[in-house]
Design a protein around this ligand. Structure first.
Ligand code: DX5
Ligand code: ZN
Length: 222
């Protein structure tokens, strides 16, 4: 059973309190919070004050995805804002190991996010130090994009490596997750499904979250 992490990027920001309440009452496990700086990615989203406000509106695990350059400058501020996990991009961190240690020294979980074109192998020497890989399945920057099919092979490869070394690292898949492709993604080895557009554009978000949660890694034998 995957963990479900709705991305609030697709929430109605005029009713953020109501959206948080909806997620609190749903089967969602985490809140996925996408921070964009207009430099690493061609878009700007929300930042520290908005995350502090969301933190006060939920007890659920807050998974903060930093799509920003020089994340080391802001890691402490995001932890203070209420992050339970911070993911930073491998592409923005020449000193990734140091930055991961910085996150862990604050007593929270650390993740590494990876763009669709960056080789999975580039994660191998950091896997022993992290709690999660955020496998981007779209080019980061926008919600509501289409899932890049090649990601399935990348998930399988990473799953194999993590299982082979018996590491406690979760694979999160981020971007273009739908009710149609969710099961295939989970079967490829995903532990956490992020979904923005699929959840927040739905007539019945509770039902969508519950259906995503039921996606199973193993085909039901009939
Ligand atoms: C993309 C973000 C994702 C995205 C997911 O840059 O990291 O979290 O908002 O949204 P959907 O599910 O709409 O692709
Ligand atoms: Zn994200």
């Amino acid at each position: 059973m995957p963990l479900i992490a709705p991305s609030l990027l697709s929430a109605n920001f005029l009713q953020l309190g109501e959206e948080c309440r909806m997620l609190n009452e749903s089967a969602a496990d985490w809140f996925h919070l996408d921070v964009m700086d207009g430099r690493f990615v061609p878009n700007i989203s929300f930042g520290i004050p908005v995350i502090s406000a969301i933190r006060k509106a939920t007890k659920k695990f807050c998974d903060v995805h930093l799509m920003i350059v020089e994340p080391e400058k802001y890691i402490e501020a995001f932890k203070k804002a209420g992050a339970d996990l911070i993911s930073i991009h491998i592409e923005t961190c020449p000193h990734l190991h140091r930055n991961i240690q910085q996150i862990k020294s604050l007593g929270i979980k650390a993740g590494v996010a990876i763009n669709p074109h960056t080789p999975v192998e580039s994660l191998y020497d950091i896997l022993g130090d992290i709690d999660l890989v955020n496998m981007m399945s779209v080019n980061p920057g926008f919600g509501g994009q289409e899932f890049i099919p090649h990601t399935l092979k990348r998930i399988e490869k990473l799953r194999e490596k993590i299982d082979l070394e018996n590491l406690p690292v979760l694979i999160e898949v981020d971007g273009g997750v739908t009710l149609e492709n969710g099961e295939e993604i989970v079967r490829s080895g995903a532990d956490v499904l992020v979904a923005g557009h699929t959840i927040f554009s739905a007539h019945d978000p509770h039902a969508v979250i519950a259906s995503l949660k039921k996606m199973s890694r193993f085909a039901i034998q009939g």
